[in-house]
Design a protein around this ligand. Sequence first.
Ligand code: NAD
Length: 484
Amino acid sequence: MAETTTICVARGDGIGPEIMDATLQILEAGGARIDIEEIEAGREVYERGVSSGIGEGAWETLRDNRVLLKAPITTPQGGGYKSLNVTIRKTLSLYANVRPCRAYSPYVPSKHPGMDVTVIRENEEDLYSGIEYRQSGEMTQALKFISRPGTERLCRYAFEYAQAQGRKKVTCMTKDNILKATDGLFHEVFEEVAADYPDIKSDHLIIDIGTARVATSPTEFDVLVAPNLYGDVLSDVTAELTGSVGLCGSANVGDEFAMFEAIHGSAPDIAGRGIANPSGLIHGAIMMLTHIGQGDVASRINNAWLKTLEDGVHTPDIYNESHSQPAPASTDEFTDAVVERMGEEPVDFDPVEHPIQDPPTYSEASYRIPPAREEKKELVGVDVFLEWRDGTPSDLAEVLNGLDSGALELSAITNRGMKVWPDPMPETFVSDHWQCRFEADQALEVADVLSLLKEVDLVGLDLIKTEHLYNFDGERGYTRGQGE
Ligand code: NAD
């Protein structure tokens, strides 16, 4: 008899428990060879005062089993709570978020009948670092991280996915015309990885026009790859274009763990009413089955689900007069309809055949500290951030130029990234948050920076943070201010 895989299940909250019950019934009817260990995550855990939102012992259970099927979880507003979804993705290093979005026209009306787009979203970095500060009376700030290895493994995953799924093109989307260092690195690494896959077309679009084109002509796209925040927005656009955000599943994949879910949230507006569409989580479960080597079961469930759609059994979110049965189906009725059709194949849609692949093997967890890169890193300056409201940029420059700053010289002052000194333009709007750039034409020691900071403090300026400026092999590792 084929081997059974133990999976972790989290029922979530909002519509989570309803759609999880439906999905587990369908998995059982489909003959999934799984045992289940439940973990607690979501509202009840938050309400017990556990701010991470995940139950005691859950990480160990996850480590034992490596696969999680998770229903949506509400992130409590305020109270400093972090999103548990993001915590799970980052703790387990689930670096690729795969979101296939396909139209099921005419049974689910979509303006783009032929669309079949998969968004592969980076899942750990970018603004989802969640590191934010209030630094002055007026200014808040968030940190965006893009790393070379993080981007490389994501892009490689996207091309490997494209190859395995017989896809033809991978399109990268960034905003590297503005974010030269961070999105610029993402784009550069994408091009490097693309060169290893000459049989797959690749291109790059700026995210704003790219999203607009996806929204108007999704059939021109195949696989999309993007940094975390853009990918999050893009995949909601593509999911909604299919006809309902309730249809699409999502896989969060890392080297050692994988988590499968619906792409939508906990839908508190319809929770408890028995009308939620369980299809997103069913699709997450289908991806999970393929991942654990049960492509046969994945195909059986997928085909029963397609036949259910064709037969017009539709929950209210996809209900339409031309192709639905007279009354919309409840979650339970939809579930029963899929179970009844197990073993059947769709007539209009092409039957689906998921690959039967070997289940993944896992290694012992250990931190992998990256080796040093062979390049010369030189400290060449410092950005000193001040809260200040005692005059014009030229007044501030006068104070700073009066400091004993050693080899460091004031080269520019910017405010919200816009150069305001030298050559100030009084039309430029300024806040109370000033970035004062000191540079040297020689390599510096950290001690040079520290003695400058001491001077800044001595004259009573309100020093709020600093950022070191480095050159790497003589190339500047920091951007110029706008207008500098
Ligand atoms: P949402 O996706 O929960 O709901 C958006 C809209 O889509 C609502 O009108 C909802 O009724 C509808 N909808 C969503 N899923 C549906 C389904 N299966 N069937 C029918 N209709 C469905 O987004 P939201 O309201 O912005 O978020 C609610 C909560 O979910 C928030 O706390 C958010 O943080 C959380 N969330 C969790 C996840 C996750 O667990 N992965 C993802 C996104 C949002």
